[in-house]
Design a protein around this ligand. Structure first.
Ligand code: SF4
Length: 479
């Protein structure tokens, strides 16, 4: 247990983030405790007007760090405080965090903004090292990615352009770590027509509201869109095609994530429409892990789905992986990468397992307490190495809370095959109109202000309240 005591309610979120990274899984209690048991820690932060003092107490020891800072300037105060906390925790645990004091989800935003101001790479490196104590390897990675993102987004229209997301929140089974809006298709197949009808109403509204805007990317995700029947999938894609002007379209992705939902007929449907990119997601190629995480398909089904997609003529295939899955070792990761290397997809997205609150892995954690979940720098390096050998360059990166090993998610792609929508959703510079249950629309206004509006997650409620979902969008966009 760690108790955290702040003299003012400033930066609790940031300090908590560092505590969680240094002591993963340890309970954090706000305020004082009467007695520290062996292994417990207490972190105390005192703000003066011109200095910040941080103390770390164990039952027997006290360590202190102190620095001058103008605490009326929030940005400076936060930066100084995080460095002080980092120093004490690093000394206590003997660990260094690859990203240093950076706890946010988009570390590439920093080099991106600095590159846009014309700052040299040398200066960015020094700044990130000194300010955030980030390791050189991660700084270089984030600069490389920021440069590539700028290149990929160079033709995106932020003022007049927008992107479209359509969610199909159904899957063959629910994965252990899933925190997305996803329902078993077996329970909802009988109401799919009603779902599509509601979705089509949202499409009709969006078509009218955005008639004067330029559609840059379309992403159909979920869930697993290929849980739709071939006929339903065809009608959905036709509806999108008929409703929007594709003159400015740069990418149309459809997720075919679960190989147990993929058939030749559905792949032919995708190919019959101008879908430019699909995703077939193994997560791992180890059969035992697939069983443990509740994906009731075999590694061979992944290879079959991939081969079918190639035979259907789909020439931009992404594959998602997760590191830190239960009981997986570096040899298992090597085995997965060998099989992916043989398939040679155009892009690979490597995730570090992040257990969110709603995931079964969290809500039923006692059931899985005996399993080991570990991601290491070695595993990250191994996947990066295989991707480079496949000619795939890192092009987007984001971090999440509670990530195994405190690492990051990285997308690698062949030049020209990057997932543009993936970058857009991270960069938050373009409006994304999101349709379907559980989706979140993001409006980016000309002054950079961002506002969101959610659709309800519950499918029955979404169908029932579709007019209300549309009203929310009308209110947000004023259209
Ligand atoms: S395939 Fe994706 S959306 Fe579906 S249950 Fe698994 S993690 Fe969730």
């Amino acid at each position: 247990m760690i108790c955290l005591k702040l003299s003012e309610e400033n930066f609790e979120y940031d300090v908590r983030g560092l505590l969680t990274s240094f002591y993963p899984g340890t309970e954090i209690v706000l305020g004082d405790v009467e007695e520290l048991l062996p292994g417990d820690r207490c972190l105390r932060v005192d703000y003066g007007e011109t200095e910040i003092r941080v103390r770390l107490l164990t039952g027997t020891e006290e360590k202190e760090a102190l620095a001058s800072a103008d605490t009326s300037d929030r940005k400076t105060a936060k930066s100084v405080l995080k460095r002080l906390v980092y120093g004490l925790l690093s000394e206590d645990t003997g660990k260094r965090l690859p990203w240093g004091t950076l706890t946010g989800i988009r570390p590439t935003k920093i080099p991106m903004a600095m590159l846009e101001e014309g700052t040299s790479e040398e200066a960015i490196l020094s700044y990130m090292e000194e300010t955030y104590l980030t390791g050189r390897e991660k700084i270089n990675l984030s600069i490389e990615i920021a440069k590539r993102e700028r290149e990929v987004l160079r033709n995106i229209d932020y003022g007049d352009g927008y992107s479209l997301y359509i969610g199909i929140p159904f899957c063959p089974t629910t994965c252990l770590y899933c925190s997305f809006t996803s329902y078993p298709i077996s329970k909802w197949a009988s109401r799919m027509e009603e779902y599509l009808e509601a979705l089509f109403k949202e499409i009709d509204y969006t078509k009218k509201a955005f008639a004067r805007k330029k559609l840059n990317t379309v992403y159909i995700g979920g869930g697993t869109p290929t849980t739709l029947t071939p006929d339903q999938l065809d009608r959905l894609l036709s509806k999108v095609e008929e409703s929007f002007d594709f003159s400015y379209l740069q990418e149309w992705t459809v997720e075919a994530g679960r190989p147990d939902s993929v058939t030749e007929e559905k792949l032919r449907v995708l190919k019959a429409h101008p879908v430019s990119r699909i995703s077939i997601n193994p997560q791992t190629m180890k059969a035992e892990t697939l069983r443990l995480i509740g994906r009731k398909h075999s590694p061979e089904q992944i290879e079959e789905a991939y081969a079918m997609a190639r035979a259907a003529g789909l020439d931009n295939i992404n594959m998602d992986l997760i590191l830190g899955l239960p009981e997986e070792t570096i040899e298992d990761v090597r085995f997965t990468m060998e099989r992916l290397y043989a398939m040679a997809p155009e892009s690979i997205t490597v995730h570090s397992l992040a257990v969110k609150r709603a995931a079964r892995l969290n809500t039923m954690k006692e059931l899985y307490a005996h399993l080991k979940f570990e991601n290491t720098g070695e595993m990250m390096d191994l996947t990066a190495d295989y991707c480079r050998r496949l000619g795939l360059n890192p092009y987007y990166l984001y971090r999440q809370k509670n990530m195994a090993g405190n690492f990051e998610n990285v997308g690698y792609a062949k030049p020209g095959r990057e997932g543009i929508y993936n970058i857009l959703i991270m960069e938050e510079k373009q409006t994304i109109a999101a349709l379907g249950a559980g989706s979140t629309t993001k409006a980016v206004f000309p002054n950079g202000r961002i506002e969101r509006c959610d659709n309800v997650k519950d499918v029955a409620l979404y169908i029932e309240k579709i007019d209300e979902m549309i009203r929310r969008k009308k209110h947000l966009f004023g259209l």
